[in-house]
Design a protein around this ligand. Structure first.
Ligand code: NDP
Length: 302
């Protein structure tokens, strides 16, 4: 019987993960079907109950459920526990194990961003959701000594900082209110800027104005497309990478967890490129926004 793997998110239409994982299953001769389940937060618990069934090989969890799903899972791996976020599930009988493969995905993306330079020590992170948790964890592990997290809702960034309290005891991890002047002054003393908000995912808008980005920055947008933020960064002469590497490597790690086999990276990468060429441009399922006239920067409070 064909096994089922599902992506649970809201929304999930046009997911790139579907194309990438199905291509990997087909290439390796694994009889599995990757399905997209659009489930609003209120329907998440029922979806999690359903995937305990024997026909399921595994699950991906995406925006906006990565933190919310944690209490519904029977066992968390060290990385899921450390981040407080889960993006992949495996089954142990009827029990579900929560993993966070965004962590190795981000590690690969950070390595690529930094390239041959010395690993920087300061970073600014925009966003405090499930993706941001993998980012902050990865930065702490990579030896960063100052990380400032800005978020529209400050309390969520403060919750993130509290969560990492122990592992960040030796360094400066701060939550700050989203004010352009504060972001500007933090950027002046940082080397790495990471967008872990979903601003730019469905509309061609940037979380911060282009003038704030200087040429010496390394800029990573977790969104898998050439966002307005990345175009600003390129114009300023900064290094600018999108979320492709992270998406590919989190997907590869999930594939291995489900199947016990090494992931066919080339096949998955090609499937991503094909899906993108076919007009799918978001990392996590949302359809691309209209390329209409839009403001230069979006106010996170709006
Ligand atoms: P969450 O829903 O957990 O978090 C969303 C984040 O975006 C929060 O910080 C939220 O702020 C912020 N946000 C959303 N809309 C707005 C807005 N209009 N103005 C200001 N802030 C906003 O999602 P994830 O953390 O799971 O994902 C975040 C992004 O990262 C997505 O675009 C996702 O596609 C991408 N991602 C990519 C990955 C990859 O492999 N390339 C892996 C993981 C994530 P607030 O808390 O104030 O609501």
């Amino acid at each position: 019987m064909s096994k089922r793997v599902v992506l649970i998110g809201h929304p999930v239409a046009h997911s790139l993960s579907g194309a990438m994982q199905q291509a990997a299953f087909d290439a390796q001769g694994i009889d599995a079907r990757y399905e997209l389940w659009d489930r609003a937060p209120i329907a998440l618990a029922d979806a999690i109950a359903e995937v305990r069934g024997d026909d399921f090989l595994g699950v991906n969890i995406t925006i906006p459920h990565k933190e919310r799903v944690v209490p519904m899972i029977d066992r968390l791996t060290e990385e899921a526990q450390a981040t407080g976020a889960v993006n992949t599930l495996t089954r142990e009988g009827k029990r579900l194990v929560g993993h966070n493969t965004d962590v190795p995905g981000f590690a690969a993306a950070l390595d690529k961003l930094v390239g041959r330079q010395k690993m920087p020590r300061q970073a600014v992170v925009l966003g405090a959701g499930g993706g941001a948790r993998a980012v902050v964890y990865g930065l702490i592990r990579a030896g960063f000594l100052r990380i400032v997290v800005f978020n529209r809702h400050l309390h969520r960034a403060e919750g993130l900082v509290r969560h990492f309290g122990k592992s960040a005891a030796h360094m400066d991890l701060k939550a700050m209110p989203w004010h352009e002047s504060i972001i500007e002054s933090e950027l002046a003393r940082t080397k790495v800027l990471i967008n872990a908000t979903s601003i730019g995912l469905t509309d061609d808008v940037s979380p911060i104005p282009g003038e704030l980005i200087t040429g010496d920055l390394l800029v990573l947008d977790l969104i898998y497309k050439r966002t307005r933020l990345l175009r600003h960064a390129e114009s300023a002469g900064a290094v600018a990478n999108d979320g492709e590497t992270m998406l590919l490597h989190q997907g590869a790690a999930a594939f291995t967890l489900w199947t016990g086999q090494p992931a066919p990276l080339e096949v998955m990468s090609q499937a991503l490129a094909d899906a993108r060429a076919g007009g799918v441009t978001s990392a996590e399922g949302e359809p691309a926004g209209e390329e209409a006239a839009v403001p230069e920067a979006v106010s996170p409070a709006s």
